[in-house]
Design a binder for this molecule. Structure first.
Ligand code: F6P
Length: 359
């Protein structure tokens, strides 16, 4: 009997269930009734606390289009993984290894983002058989051209910008749409371009507020009555970006506004006199059904992950590279962040059509 555990960890996104379905179907197809799949509840927390259940084939039916994760998820910060809990004396890594052994698992399938991959690599180094799949709306996992969940979130954020367009036009206002992404600007970049934003501000390119204001003034001068900015929640001004790391963290933490977008809105309003509003779609961007692409790619990721298990090839993430699904060693993935390259051709073409990045 083959015994496979599956868990989803970190922030959820669209496509988790379709990925779970993909791997389960491929495993049942190959092993028939010679495989047992265990769903571990709420990510690593379930592995630490021995919370899991034996799944049945019917558990994986009807979930292709369902958002969220049928297994539940939680955030278990990597930096605390090795820290023994003072009150309970729980050694999390030790507990996870014990649960894995107790469950008599042959392998563990982990669906997650950057932090999740660090822990997945740690578990792999500790001797567990691990296979992972790259999920996050942030698209910032190293080793894959795209993560699942990303394009569904792009669709939602683009729709928000589309809707904002009509009201911005009617009122002749400046609007800021704040997209998720603290460290990486992929979502803002894609949705900003797809939604026709005039200004796109992302963490990788520190903005100069005067340049942003100049862009809006130039639009007004040319007869445009409204402007739309797509701003990543992690966008930083050039003034803050040049501070030493600790001071930079402090400056961001001590921002006098709910988020950077509100600060930018205030500065624009002061400088231009134009009414400026902020819209924050927030977790909307992670919700609802996966789009067609995410259903498609997660089914392929799932089949590829099952293939790795069948071949006994552990310690890998299924990555999408040049259109093909390939195994990427976990030790290469863990601890790296795939931000938007500042010399990216995407940024170049956006600038060619007049989009300002505030630089
Ligand atoms: O999972 C990624 C992400 O959605 C980021 O884009 C966002 O900054 C963060 O999670 C939000 O985290 P939480 O859901 O814990 O508020």
């Amino acid at each position: 009997m083959k015994r496979v555990g599956i868990l989803t960890s970190g922030g959820d996104c669209q496509g988790l269930n379709s990925a779970i379905r993909g791997i389960a179907k491929a495993l049942y197809e190959h092993y028939g009734d010679k495989v047992e799949i265990y769903g571990i509840i709420d990510g690593y927390r379930g592995l630490i606390n021995e919370e899991y259940r034996l799944m049945k084939p019917e558990d994986f039916s009807g979930i292709l289009t369902r958002g969220g994760t049928i297994l539940g998820t939680s955030r278990q910060p990597f930096k605390l993984m090795r820290v023994v809990d003072e009150e309970t004396s729980v050694d999390k890594v030790d507990k996870m290894k014990k649960t894995y052994k107790k469950m008599k698992l042959d392998c563990l399938v982990i669906l997650g983002g950057n932090g999740t991959h660090k822990t997945a690599n740690l578990l792999s180094e500790e001797g567990l058989n691990v296979v992972t799949m790259p999920k996050t709306i942030d698209n910032d996992i190293w080793g894959t051209d795209m993560t699942f969940g990303f394009l569904s979130a792009v669709d939602i954020a683009t729709n928000v910008i589309d809707c904002i367009h009509t009201t911005a036009t009617s009122h002749g206002r400046v609007f800021i749409v704040e997209c998720m992404g603290h460290k990486a600007g992929w979502l803002t970049l894609y949705a900003g371009i797809a939604g026709g934003a005039d200004v796109i501000l992302i963490p990788e390119i520190p903005y100069n507020i005067d340049k942003v204001i100049d862009c809006i003034k130039a639009r007004t001068k040319s007869g445009k009555t409204f402007s739309i900015l797509a701003v990543a929640e992690g966008a930083v001004s050039d003034e803050i970006a040049k501070l030493p790391k600790k001071k930079k963290k402090e400056a961001i933490a001590n921002l006098m506004y709910p988020s950077v977008s509100y600060k930018i809105a205030h500065e624009i309003e002061e400088a231009t006199g134009q009414e400026t509003r902020v819209t924050v779609p927030g977790h909307f961007q992670r919700g609802g059904s996966p789009n067609a692409y995410d259903r498609f790619i997660t089914t392929r990721f799932g089949a590829a992950a099952a293939g790795l298990i069948i071949d006994g090839k552990y310690g890998y993430m299924t990555g999408l590279v040049d259109g093909k699904i390939v195994p990427v060693p976990l030790k290469e993935v863990a601890g790296k962040l795939k931000g938007v390259p500042v010399d990216s051709e995407i940024i170049e073409s956006a600038k060619q059509i007049g989009i300002s990045f505030g630089d």
